[in-house]
Design a protein. Structure first.
Length: 171
């Protein structure tokens, strides 16, 4: 198996709720194929659900940027090449990025890449293997203990490492 393009950026976000009508992005982690990375936490003082208060808010550092600053920094980091955004739960990650930028103004190619579907298409249970137990990462020889769970940057870095080793193994 060979990827269609190497013009990709690994993306993970954390957000206030799964409800896209109410939720807002709290943090974003972006990692280029070469390992270059960007991590931002956004200003937000709205409502969060219990799970977010318990699992996400404690991981945030407190250094926040405005939505406008985030858009500017992300555009600068991504550049003009319109890379494919590769996410593990890309339906939420890209939705919240589109919400941040506006659907037609975001810096990524319009079609995000869903790594969970790649696993599924290869007969691997995506939820069990990356969300719950990280079995895929462990089988690929990745030390998952070096990554903080539910941290957008660490999740994007782990996804990059899994992606690279996965395509190396299944080429």
């Amino acid at each position: 198996m060979k990827p269609f393009s190497h013009n990709i950026i690994f993306l993970d976000t954390e957000f206030s709720t799964l409800d896209p009508y109410k939720g807002e992005i709290l943090s974003i982690g972006l990692v280029k194929l070469n390992g270059e990375e960007l991590y931002l936490e956004l200003e937000y003082d709205g409502e969060t659900n219990d799970w977010v208060r318990e699992n996400i808010l404690p991981t945030l550092t407190g250094d926040k940027v405005s939505r406008e600053e985030a858009v500017s920094k992300i555009k600068k980091f991504v550049g003009d090449q319109k890379p494919y955004a590769v996410g593990f739960v890309n339906q939420f990650d890209t939705l919240y990025v589109y919400k941040l930028f506006g659907t037609d103004k975001h810096p990524f190619y319009w079609l995000p890449i869903d790594f969970a579907s790649i696993l599924f298409g290869n007969g691997i249970d995506p939820e069990k293997n990356l969300v719950e137990d990280n079995e895929v990462a462990k089988k690929l020889g990745i030390d998952v203990s070096k990554y903080k769970k539910h941290n957008a940057l660490d999740d994007a870095k782990l996804l990059r490492e899994v992606y690279l080793k996965f395509f190396e193994k299944y080429k």
